[in-house]
Design a protein around this ligand. Structure first.
Ligand code: SF4
Ligand code: SF4
Length: 83
């Protein structure tokens, strides 16, 4: 059963210092920086690893990976299947 569902990370733009670490750490190359801070390029590129949140020195990235699939009854994997 396919149960993967999560939101992209959120950004507190006022905290971003444009250090670029989140861009470097994303294993899927799914982040770039613009004038306001990080931009997550494509939903499909994020696999919810949390690395961008972990590496950010200012706490500007918050991963809120909401699992909300009403058709998913399997909670053994935290709502995520194996790809
Ligand atoms: S790691 Fe944090 S401070 Fe650095 S560019 Fe990314 S969001 Fe901004
Ligand atoms: S959670 Fe992981 S895959 Fe998603 S944007 Fe951040 S570093 Fe990239």
């Amino acid at each position: 059963m396919l149960c993967r569902s999560w939101a992209l990370p959120s950004v507190i733009k006022g905290l971003c210092t444009h250090c670029g670490l989140c861009v470097e750490v994303c294993p899927n190359h799914g982040i770039h920086l613009d004038d306001d801070g990080p931009v997550f390029d494509e939903r499909e590129l994020c696999d919810a690893c949390g690395s961008c949140e972990d590496v950010c020195p200012t706490g500007a990235i918050v991963t809120v990976f909401e699992i909300a699939r009403p058709d998913c009854n399997d909670t053994s994997t935290g709502g995520q299947d194996e790809r």
